[in-house]
Design a protein. Structure first.
Length: 128
């Protein structure tokens, strides 16, 4: 993921500092919701893909995607084309089983599953 930077290239992940970057599409939500179709196919939330009004739950979806990628070193919606990635995003088609997920405890998998819930109202809030 090109939007996650490591502070030290010579240190292992568990001793490193991760920094998120590239907030070019960031916007202030004034309670009206947004509807522009913006974002990277790998991290965009289903409601953005579908084209309905969206709000802060899209950020929690993206956090789930980033945690998924940090733990597995792969995107959750891998495909050879952006249109196929977006189809998988729309339906929430990702897996938390197999390698490396079988060796990862239930807690982070449960957190990813709750953050990457297709229905935005069912996702936890940032405060939660």
């Amino acid at each position: 993921c090109e939007n996650v930077l490591l502070q030290h290239l010579d240190k292992p992940a568990e001793e490193n500092v991760f920094k998120l970057c590239d907030f070019g599409f960031a916007a202030h939500d004034r309670g009206e919701g947004l509807s522009d179709r913006l974002g990277s196919p790998d991290t965009v939330a289903p409601e953005v893909v579908v084209g309905v009004k969206y709000s802060t739950p899209i950020d929690l979806w993206s956090v789930g995607v980033l945690i998924y990628m940090m733990l597995s070193a792969t995107p959750p919606f891998y495909a050879t084309t952006d249109s196929e990635v977006l189809r998988k995003v729309r339906t929430g088609s990702y897996s938390l089983s197999g390698d490396p997920w079988d060796s990862i405890s239930a807690a982070p998998k449960n957190m990813i599953a709750s953050l990457m819930t297709v229905e935005p109202k069912l996702r936890p809030t940032a405060e939660e």
